[in-house]
Design a protein around this ligand. Structure first.
Ligand code: PEP
Ligand code: MG
Length: 548
């Protein structure tokens, strides 16, 4: 048995035969051309064809993985039309008499090198996109194709996969994939997660030699390991894990379409945390009783300016419609700290961004952001049951200011005769200050939602991104329990509901504590919903069908 270690890019286990995909050796860098005008025309024709292919691919990707993930192919189209890229290739043809293929390859490599050298991980990962775009054009010029054909169910291995190759993978044939290059931040990795294909990336150059082709393998996409010819013990261990996962999936089906009710009649809901409309589809497939946290900052990422009111309205309206009357809690922009959005936060040089101008603080500094978001939310609320949730509250004054902006948003809509509905406005309890002052905050708000991720970080002074201090936040310490009890007691006195939307909401060992404290909603990642409902049922008296 051989073990090859990489980075787990998409969870899950795949077991089968390894198929190695090798591209044609690209000995094109030395190709030259005789006629510069003709070669330049060939370059432009190939770019035009690549643009057409990307348009088709975009539509296919929207169908398979939704608009958000498909956007990468629009970005590829933009890269293709980028003047620097095209001019660079033209110059190589004109000045060095390169063939169009060689010129495109050289221009792509030069641009990729610039991105590859950037500090920001996201920008670094874009180097792979540029190479993918260049390869698409060189393939067209060389008469090749970028689709990967797999005819038997296999785990595939490649030097790297482009997003286009990934989205076109046939899930019935590709059980999982492993790449020598790539990063967990790449679009290929994001697509693999969305398509639910186990994947390991970045195992290292030359780590998968041709002689492994046809070997029996097990791929562990969570741990980032590929086992070549696993020994019996390892293979059995994984096959058992796969069988158990399947059995558990079947067993949990009995909790579908149900809700848990306590002996006093209180319903305990299990809802989903999402970041896009596609995630809402997944949440519905996983039987969410509502959306407890829609991280709206994802709408602001991967672009160069904030989404307009119309863009936000379209998303919130769709979210409301998709949820068909069930509550959908949209968290207002939580930018800053670990959610870096360069055009909003880029010019700030903060020594401690997690303690800086993030979330509601940033929105109160740039109130037009919040006003636009509220206008979009009030308008979209005509189509369903929407709530707004404010992150990172520490003081009552912040709620007053947010409410004032919300009022201005309503007034401006009224003045324009634009129709709008009602939304509830709640806050996150994710700072010790908010929990301690919860008796003052409760009368000012419609609900509390406990963000355990940040509440742990700020209470224990332990950076949530720092693995060295993760041991402090693995379990719920007494200090945080006290804060949660304090917030729940204040909410009870005021008669407002409390939910938990941090990762600990899915920690089955804490379900009892949350319910006993007075939490009535656990909002978790969609795939955990049925498991959490089973756990809630252990603390409840009845499981009844949900009446929609
Ligand atoms: C939290 O802090 O617990 C939370 C849900 O918000 P986020 O993880 O997005 O900061
Ligand atoms: Mg938070």
């Amino acid at each position: 048995m051989n073990m090859i270690y990489g980075k787990g890019a998409s969870g899950g286990i795949a077991a089968g035969v390894l198929k190695i995909i090798r591209r044609k050796p690209s000995a094109i860098s030395g190709e030259s051309c005789a006629d510069v005008t003709e070669e330049t025309a060939r370059l432009h024709a190939a770019i035009a064809q690549a643009e057409d292919e990307l348009t088709v691919l975009y539509a296919e990707a929207v169908r398979k993985v939704g608009e958000r993930e498909a956007a990468i192919f629009d970005i590829h189209k933009m890269m293709l039309a980028d003047e620097d890229f095209v001019t660079e290739a033209e110059n190589f043809i004109r000045n060095e008499h390169r063939s169009a293929r060689a010129a495109v390859q050289k221009a792509g490599a030069a641009l990729a090198e610039i991105f590859g050298a950037m500090e920001d991980d996201y920008m670094k990962a874009r180097a792979a996109d540029i190479l993918a775009v260049a390869e698409r054009v060189t393939d067209i010029l060389g008469g090749g194709s970028t689709a990967i054909a797999v005819t038997h169910p296999s785990v595939i291995a490649a030097h790297d996969l482009t997003p286009a190759e990934t989205v076109m993978l046939d899930k019935t044939m590709v059980l999982g994939f492993v790449t020598e290059g790539g990063s967990t931040m790449s679009h290929t990795a994001i697509l693999a997660r969305t398509m639910d294909i186990p994947a390991v990336v970045g195992v290292g150059e030359g780590r998968i030699p041709d002689e492994y082709d046809g070997s029996r393998v097990v791929l562990d996409g969570s741990e980032g390991v590929l086992y070549i010819e696993p020994d019996e013990h390892t293979e059995n261990r994984y096959l058992t894990a796969m069988r158990e996962a399947e059995d558990e999936r079947k067993r949990l089906e009995r909790f579908r379409g149900k809700t848990c009710v306590q002996s006093d009649g209180t319903r305990i809901m299990v809802t989903a945390n999402v970041g896009s409309l596609e995630d809402i589809d997944e949440a519905l497939r996983c039987d969410a009783e509502g959306i407890g946290l829609f991280r709206s900052e994802f709408l602001f990422m991967g672009r160069t300016s904030p989404p307009t009111e119309e863009e936000q309205f379209a998303v919130y309206k769709q979210a409301a419609l998709k949820m068909g009357g069930r509550e959908c809690v949209i968290r207002t922009l939580d930018a800053g700290a670990d959610k870096h959005i360069p055009y909003l936060t880029g010019d700030m040089r903060e020594a401690n961004p997690a303690l800086g101008l993030r979330a509601v603080r940033l929105c109160l500094r740039q109130p037009h952001l919040l006003k636009t978001q509220f206008r979009a939310l009030y308008r979209a609320s005509l189509f369903g049951s929407l709530s707004a949730m404010i992150p990172m509250i520490v003081l009552p004054e912040e709620i007053r200011q947010v409410r004032e902006i919300a009022r201005e948003a309503q007034e401006s809509l009224r003045a324009e005769n634009t129709a709008f509905g009602k939304i509830r406005v709640g806050i996150m309890i994710e700072t010790p200050s908010a929990a301690i002052l919860s008796d003052q905050l409760a009368p000012m708000t419609d609900f509390f939602s406990i963000g355990t991720n940040d509440l742990l970080q700020y209470t224990l002074a332990a950076d949530r991104e720092n693995a060295d201090v993760a041991y402090l936040t693995h379990t719920l310490p007494e200090s945080v329990r006290r804060l949660i009890r304090t917030a729940c007691a204040a909410a009870r006195r005021e008669g407002i509901p409390v939910s938990v939307c941090g990762e600990l909401g899915a920690d089955l060992t804490e379900t009892k504590f949350f319910i006993e404290s007075g939490v009535t909603k656990l909002s978790v990642t969609p795939s955990a919903i049925l498991k959490v409902r089973e756990s809630v049922m252990r603390e409840s008296s009845r499981l009844i069908p949900v009446r929609q």
